[in-house]
Write a protein that binds this ligand. Structure first.
Ligand code: PMP
Length: 378
């Protein structure tokens, strides 16, 4: 049956570059510990569920009308939220609704950016191992993807990043900080060096901070670099720290002219009234939602410490997951964990796997299962 379906697909006049390709997506298995897509594993707290329900109920009465195309209230609330983040970094809070754009997940936000600033005949560059959707976004908007390089320990050196950008002169460069799948955060010196190198080629510089809220103390967000840098964009998402992956709300901060550019490519009314109501209610309860972030960071740090004790090589992490190497047979390890009801991520790098930091119980189950697996390997 699968073969027949493949034959019928092949008979369609599909774009050449899509032939033989597989859709992106990690396994969605209903097991006891789902630690493979970096969600918050805590359920949405009851009072937030109530607030969302109330707002969605209110929005329901006007679903006969198209939603606010400008999602004005949501942009205001996102600006206020990011301003609080800026203040926590000791920076000034100068974002307004005009600096904010949002979409159905930061994936859609990223697609809008590339539709506006990349496209046919243009190039998109990022630095693998990094978020594996970046080349797929490029393919989707008919752009060429350029794979840069990073150090063996997954860090990025400012001079090296600048040299690579000067060499390739991409139309858009994507820095991911903290980086998925490695957890590596970038210092502001790297962002600054990238922006300066990109100045000559008028390259748009995106810093994907999907995991920004999990950064270690002392690691600042790139948000404070926005003033005076009209080609810098910082993207965020409510899918991770806000425990709202199912709500599909990603956003960005940038100069107001950048958001004007994105209005040219977005589909009409792309953010449903239900989505806007959900996100606004969640933002009104950001402190409650974010209470779990500190707990998750503790488990993240615990995973790094414990994996080292097990003789493995976890990368330092500023995110809500840990990337670790030193496995003799990553597939055997992944299968052993799954047999114990623990689903983690194989990102296709030899000897390495990635695990999301969940609750204390989930982390314990993961560490215990992995310990047993390693014993069978000796
Ligand atoms: N950027 C990075 C680095 C990610 O890891 C993810 C989700 N895995 C996203 C963007 C997209 O997330 P969402 O569309 O849910 O906002």
């Amino acid at each position: 049956a699968e073969e027949d379906a493949a034959k019928r697909l092949a008979a369609l006049p599909l774009r050449d570059e899509l032939r033989g390709q597989h859709p992106y997506g990690a396994p969605q298995l209903n097991v006891k510990a789902m630690l493979n897509v970096n969600e918050t594993t805590y359920d949405v707290p009851e009072d937030v569920v109530d607030a969302i329900t109330k707002e969605v109920r209110r929005a329901s009465a006007t679903l006969n009308r198209y939603p606010d195309r400008e999602f004005t209230l949501l942009r205001q609330k996102l600006a206020e939220y990011l301003n609080r983040d800026l203040v926590s970094d000791g920076a000034s809070a100068d974002l307004t609704a005009d600096h904010i754009w949002a979409g159905n997940g930061s994936n859609e936000v990223m697609q809008h950016i590339l539709q506006a600033f990349a496209g046919p005949g243009r190039t998109v560059m990022s630095f693998p191992p990094t978020y594996s959707m970046y080349p797929l976004y490029a393919r989707g908007i008919y752009s060429e993807y350029i794979a840069g390089t990073r150090s063996p320990d997954f860090t990025q050196d400012p001079q090296d990043v600048a040299d690579q950008i000067r060499q390739h002169r991409p139309h858009v460069v994507i820095l991911c900080s903290p980086n998925n799948p490695t957890g590596t955060a970038l210092g502001l010196d790297v962002v600054e060096a990238a922006y300066e190198a990109a100045r000559e080629s008028q390259t748009m510089v995106i810093v994907d901070e999907a995991y920004g809220e999990f950064r270690q103390p002392g690691t600042p967000s790139a948000l404070q670099m926005l003033p005076g840098r009209p080609r810098l964009i910082v993207t965020r998402t409510m899918s991770k720290a806000f425990a709202l992956a199912g709500g599909r709300l990603g956003y960005l901060a940038a100069a107001p002219e950048v958001t004007d550019a994105l209005r040219l490519v977005r589909l009409p009314y792309h953010l449903s009234a239900v989505t806007q109501a959900t996100a606004c209610a969640a933002l009104d309860h950001s402190e409650t939602l974010m209470a779990n972030v500190e707990k998750i960071k503790l488990q993240r740090d615990r995973i790094v410490t414990e994996l080292r004790r097990l003789g493995l090589t976890p990368a330092p992490s500023d995110a809500n997951f840990v990337f670790f190497g030193g496995l003799v047979d990553k597939k055997a390890a992944w299968e052993h964990l799954l047999a114990d009801g623990i689903l983690i991520r194989d990102v296709g790098i030899e000897g390495h796997l990635r695990v999301t930091a969940g609750t204390e119980e989930e982390t314990t189950a993961f560490l215990e299962s992995l310990r047993r697996h390693l014993q069978t390997q000796r």
